[in-house]
Design a protein around this ligand. Structure first.
Ligand code: SAM
Ligand code: DTB
Ligand code: SF4
Length: 338
């Protein structure tokens, strides 16, 4: 059964054929994902969920292509925010504080990323949000990276009016700003800003015509209901994010979540699969936490519809698999990097 085509939104009511799946609420139309529908997907037998994820994946994306983005922390540590997972918070993080990198260092890293095979270069700064003079510096970095023929992405925290347009003018393709977790759980992880603040920045990014990269983290002690609630927030956006990073918590020493119990690996794969099904046109990114995953688990994530990764041995402060480990895995699986 073809439950979705590339040009039309997924027809959730078509899923009602399956006994465990609730349909979307009638008044909100087929594009809105109800909690019941998402829960129904999560509760499917694993093989059925994987089958459905593959159907949606193949209807919307090249089946065996995985997009590669390389990350660089352009300003590390000393962040005033208190995000409970983050090594870069001045309140608990152990990441050493550094000032903004020079343009030359950024260009060298972007060139190396390009030569390594990445198609997008993502620059992250541990700020609550950039000051206007920071935007000048980052705009120069964006233009230079774009000039190398790479797609550009930045994650700089909350934006003030006018800042997104300046980033767009510099050549920015994507802005990463995650909802991170369910609205009901957000306050237990972060107290220095609200999830509404995140939505406000996402609105500014959209308005400026920049593509949105927005996802979250699992493995922070949240319930399955909270994971579903996060996916509902993402999938029900007027335009769902073009890129949806699903991070598995890297428990950072010194952070409040340093001892969080790891998530069941199959639950992680289910999260990827439900993201894929509920956001058919989005790129789903298998993000932080891959170093701790074996090849078999990562393969299940690709089978569940993940079609992008962070590539290169470092994330922002945390570890990522060596590039050679990824290229070997791609070779064994017949995946083409893109
Ligand atoms: N300051 C910016 C912000 O908060 O958007 C950008 C940097 S922040 C490190 C980007 C994202 O990385 C976070 O929203 C979170 O989803 C993810 N992240 C941070 N620390 C993590 C960790 N220890 N494990 C998994 N994901 C993490
Ligand atoms: C995202 O969702 N994950 C990336 C990227 N966006 C910026 C960052 C992961 C950070 C992992 C912890 C660290 O490296 O400090
Ligand atoms: Fe700061 Fe971003 Fe880390 Fe939160 S996630 S502490 S805003 S760098």
């Amino acid at each position: 059964m073809n439950i979705a085509t590339p040009s039309t939104p997924i027809n959730i009511s078509a899923l009602s054929k399956f006994p465990n799946l609730a349909t979307a609420t009638a008044d909100e139309g087929a594009k809105r994902w109800s909690i019941a529908a998402l829960t129904g997907l999560f509760e499917l037998p694993f093989a059925d969920l994987m089958f459905r994820a593959q159907e949606v994946h193949r209807a919307h994306h090249a089946a065996n292509k995985v997009q590669l983005s390389t990350l660089l922390s352009i300003k590390t540590g000393g962040c005033p925010e208190d995000c409970g997972y983050c090594s870069q918070s001045a309140r608990h993080g152990e990441a050493e504080r550094e000032s903004l990198l020079d343009l030359d260092e950024v260009i060298a890293a972007a060139q190396a990323a390009k030569e390594g095979g990445a198609s997008r270069f993502c620059m992250g700064a541990a700020w609550r949000g950039p000051k206007d003079r920071d935007i000048d510096n980052v705009a120069a970095m964006i233009s230079a990276v774009k000039g190398l023929g790479l797609e550009t992405c930045v994650t700089l925290g909350m934006l003030k009016d006018g800042q997104a347009a300046r980033l767009k003018d510099a050549g920015l393709d994507y802005y990463n700003h995650n909802l991170d977790t369910a609205p009901e759980f957000y306050g237990q992880v972060i107290s220095t800003h609200s999830q509404q603040d995140r939505f406000d920045t996402l609105g500014k990014v959209r308005e400026a015509g920049i593509k949105v990269c927005c996802g979250g983290i699992v493995g922070m002690g949240e319930t399955r209901a909270a994971r579903i609630s996060l996916l509902a927030e993402l999938a029900n956006m007027e335009t769902p994010p073009e890129s949806v990073p699903i991070n598995n918590l890297i428990p950072m020493p010194g952070t409040p979540l340093a001892d969080a119990p790891p998530i069941d690996p199959f639950e992680f794969v289910r999260m990827i699969a439900v993201a894929r099904i509920s956001m058919p046109e989005s790129m789903v990114r298998l993000s932080a936490g891959r170093t701790e995953m074996n090849d078999e688990l990562q393969s299940l994530c690709f089978l569940a519809g993940a079609n992008s990764i962070f590539y290169g041995d470092k994330l922002l402060t945390g570890d990522n698999p060596e590039a050679t480990r990824d290229t070997q895995l791609f070779g064994r699986l017949g995946i083409q990097p893109a």
